[in-house]
Design a binder for this molecule. Structure first.
Ligand SMILES: Nc1ncnc2c1ncn2[C@@H]1O[C@H](COP(=O)(O)OP(=O)(O)O)[C@@H](O)[C@H]1O
Ligand SMILES: [Mg+2]
Length: 251
């Protein structure tokens, strides 16, 4: 089976500074693939490149189509969905309306804004799946941080994304919410490819099928959780980062 998404030699430069410096990445259906690495490693920029928000050289192929140079909305329609570090839901609309809009990309603005009596079945199913069924009529703006992230994931699901790129979905979540999120990721990855940008190692160990470690824009290591955890280069980067943080904290 070919990969759901295949990225080769992705390079993104900002004024000559290579934020992403030749990254290869394959995402497969059925897997939760963690992208980890210290702050500034290039994780978000890589996701930006794949989704058409950052110019790059190299190649991103999905279903046999080269996506480099394609517009953001074209890439989204090809089934590549992403979330942002800060959730981007429509705060004034309810959970159900947010999902309904995400599901109805082809409908007119008028029918989208009108409140519908009967939601499509896949909207209702998705609300159940992301654990927000009892929040259907709650304005998204007053959801807890974690619930907004789940709603955003739900919006990708109803939009039929089958490659999901989630940028730090558990940042700011408590232990229980993290656990719920991890289980949700496994659930949706059953028939999709899910990439999770994260730097929480405990969360990664609990939920990653495969891991790619980025450092200074390049792939430092890739493999199973055990393989990358045992890699001395990875330990050095993480222990080095931990030490810098400790130094900064005591400075
Ligand atoms: N728009 C931009 N212009 C210039 N430099 C940027 C821009 N976006 C990101 N960078 C730089 O690229 C590097 C990678 O950033 P980023 O992808 O956000 O890292 P990560 O998500 O791994 O923390 C950082 O050094 C960052 O400062
Ligand atoms: Mg980032």
């Amino acid at each position: 089976m070919s990969a759901a998404l295949s990225c080769k030699q992705i390079e993104v430069a900002f004024d000559g500074f290579k934020a992403v410096a030749g990254v290869d990445l394959e995402l497969d259906r059925g897997e939760v693939h963690f992208l980890i690495g210290p702050n500034g490693a290039g994780k978000t920029t890589l996701v930006d490149a794949i989704t058409g928000l950052a110019k790059y050289t190299g190649s991103v192929v999905k279903d046999g189509e080269e996506l480099r140079g394609k517009k953001v909305h074209h890439i989204a329609r090809k089934g590549i969905g992403r979330t942002f570090q800060t959730a981007t839901v429509f705060e004034n609309l309810t959970v159900a309306q947010n999902l309904d809009i995400a599901a109805g990309a082809g409908r007119s603005p008028w029918t989208l804004l009108r409140r519908r009596k009967h939601l499509p079945q896949h909207v209702t199913d998705t609300m159940e799946r992301i654990g927000l069924k009892d929040k259907a009529d709650t304005p998204a703006g007053i959801l807890a941080h974690g619930q907004k992230q789940w709603l955003e994931i739900g919006m990708l699901l109803v939009g039929d994304a089958d490659v999901l790129l989630l940028d730090e979905p558990i940042a700011g979540m408590g232990h229980e919410e993290r656990e719920t999120t991890g289980l949700l990721l496994h659930d949706i990855a059953a028939d999709r490819a899910v990439a999770v940008v994260e730097h929480d190692m405990d969360f990664m160990r609990a939920f990653a099928h495969r891991v790619t470690v980025l450092h200074a824009g390049a792939v430092l290591a890739a493999g199973t959780v055990d393989e990358v955890s045992d890699d001395p280069r990875v330990q050095e980067v993480y222990l080095g980062t931990a030490k810098e943080n400790a130094d900064a904290a005591t400075a």
